[in-house]
Design a protein around this ligand. Structure first.
Ligand SMILES: [Cu+2]
Length: 141
């Protein structure tokens, strides 16, 4: 079973990155999603990979649906804003509720399942990529 799970992990990561994904230089941005909410803030999750041989950073985030956007680490009341997220070469990282994730505050509308909204991710030194966030209760494909 352990071998089977390892095999699944190996094939799942490239498949997730292949669909609804973006590339910007050495940076790969996978399926990006957020849960439905009627609150003023929401977390956004995405797998990232730096294919280059030098470290990169996810340095800033913006979205037209939110008054502010950034990165934070930790859950609920314990969450703290962080300046940037380092992407080490060839180490895939998945933003998640219990570690670093994107946080949007001051949403201009409730997010319903099936919605999409644009977000811009600023990578250093690669630049900016714009991608649609899917609103869903669990990550699709
Ligand atoms: Cu996708």
């Amino acid at each position: 079973m352990r071998i089977f799970m390892a095999f699944l992990a190996v094939i799942f990561v490239p498949a997730a990155l292949a669909a609804h994904s973006e590339r910007l230089g050495d940076i790969r941005v996978g399926h990006i999603w957020a849960p439905p909410t009627e609150e003023s803030g929401v977390a956004v999750y995405v797998p990232l990979m730096n294919m280059g041989d030098a470290p990169a950073h996810l340095a800033a985030v913006e979205s037209p649906i939110a008054e502010s956007a950034g990165l934070r680490e930790g859950q609920g009341e314990a969450a703290e804003p962080i300046e940037s997220l380092e992407l080490l070469p060839n180490q895939p990282i998945s933003l998640a509720e219990w570690r670093v994730h994107i946080w949007l505050e001051g949403l201009d509308r409730p997010l319903e399942e099936g919605d999409r909204f644009p977000i811009k991710l600023h990578f250093e030194p690669q630049g900016v990529v714009e991608i649609d966030v899917f609103v869903e209760t669990s990550p699709g494909h």
